[in-house]
Design a protein around this ligand. Structure first.
Ligand code: G3H
Ligand code: 13P
Ligand code: ZN
Length: 369
């Protein structure tokens, strides 16, 4: 972070209400005071196990995805409309779902508020009489403290992303998270190799592919339940800079196959898997946006990955683009509109349709439950 003085600030609150207020306004306040990291904790906060929210960890989801050769979608969300669209799309397409939030998304929503949003999603599943399994996952967790905090507040799965550290440090931190998580029946995802783009405040200019020869040892030493690998995907809407008529380079399926050979049946995770759908980009640009030089992972490549040991596919950017396209259209076509329901509603519908499309035509997770 620019201009930081490297100091950390931890604040204890006496009530969840005070915590929510601090989470909303704390980062702005303390960033201006140049603290590097602000952690807000509720003193004596009541612990919440994910089973109380009707959630499941990812173990059985992945076992089934592996046998039946599809991938479970992991969709990021930051607000109510997104989680509603994700859950509706997955209920309607009978797909298992991993609802995931990054550390910054959790701060944005508010750690106290988040379990209530997720409880709402689970209630919707019940109300519709749907049998789909739902997990709540921490995306790109960057510390043991954050992982513990999430485990203690209703998460059924956590990622510890120490992939930009040395192999030894990555192994050590991942192992520490596994010890705490497994004691609470929470599943853990770790990462080997680095994706280009932004990984929750860690910016990598260049990717480094996963080295298959490190995988077995990493799994043995850490005991993680799934592994994110780097085979040519990256985060965000600008994955490749292509010249007109150029195709994105294919993913490194040779690396994936070598990993499958070394650890058969082990669940692999693909981050940075948005396709940057052309219809959304065209709509955004038609209605006043400026999204240039965008490119994502072609659907055909994702279909191939989903039929392999890849059991979880992370999608965030495509959801952001879908909502932005719908909102831009309303703002341009109806400039006098100012009722949030009139633009967030269509944005939610656009995202729901996108979720159904991904589950049905890309990941193969539709119709499984
Ligand atoms: O991989 C990162 C996700 O897209 C989350 O992004 O940290 O902006 O919530 P965020
Ligand atoms: P995209 O930016 O390609 O959607 O990737 C999201 C992701 O990997 C979240 O962890
Ligand atoms: Zn990611």
């Amino acid at each position: 972070m620019n201009g930081c003085n490297g100091r950390n600030k931890e604040i204890e609150c006496k009530t969840p209400y005070f915590q929510t207020i601090l989470e909303m306004f704390g980062p702005v306040l303390f960033n201006s005071m140049q603290f590097r990291k602000v952690t807000v904790k509720v003193k004596n906060m009541k612990k919440l196990h994910y089973s109380e929210l009707g959630l499941l960890n990812t173990k059985d989801m992945f076992a089934r995805a592996m046998t039946e050769k599809y991938a479970v979608p992991a969709y990021n969300f930051n607000n109510m409309e997104q989680i509603q669209a994700i859950i509706t799309g997955c209920i309607r397409s009978a797909s298992p779902v991993i609802l995931q939030v990054s550390g910054s998304a959790r701060t944005y929503i508010g750690a106290t508020f988040l379990p209530h949003l997720v409880a709402g999603a689970r209630a919707m599943v019940e109300e519709m009489g749907s049998p789909i399994p739902v997990a709540l996952h921490l995306d790109h967790g960057n510390s043991l403290e954050l992982a513990k905090d999430c485990i203690d507040s209703g998460f059924s799965s956590v990622m510890i992303d120490a992939s930009h550290h040395s192999f030894e440090e990555n192994t050590k931190l991942s192992r520490q998270v596994v010890e705490y998580a497994h004691a609470h029946d929470v599943t853990v995802e770790a990462e080997l190799g680095v994706l280009a783009g932004i990984e929750d405040e860690v910016v990598a200019e260049k990717s480094s592919y996963t080295r298959p020869e490190e995988v077995e040892r990493f799994l043995e030493l850490t005991g993680v339940d799934s592994l994110a690998i780097s085979i040519g995907t990256s985060h965000g809407a600008h994955k490749f800079k292509l010249k007109p008529g150029e195709e994105p380079p294919p993913l490194k399926f040779d690396i994936l196959e070598e990993i499958e050979r070394r650890v058969p049946g082990f669940p692999i995770v693909l981050h940075g898997a948005s396709s940057v759908m052309i219809e959304h980009i065209e709509k955004i640009n038609r209605f006043g946006g400026a999204m240039e030089n965008t490119a994502g992972i072609p659907e055909e490549q994702l279909r191939r990955a989903a039929a392999s040991a890849v059991c979880k596919v992370n999608i965030d950017s495509d959801g952001r683009l879908a909502m932005t396209a719908a909102i831009r259209q309303i703002f341009i076509e109806k400039p006098s509109e100012f009722d949030p329901r009139k633009y967030l509603g269509p944005a939610r519908d656009e995202l729901t349709e996108m979720i159904i499309h991904k589950n049905t035509s890309v990941l193969g997770s539709a119709g499984r439950y």
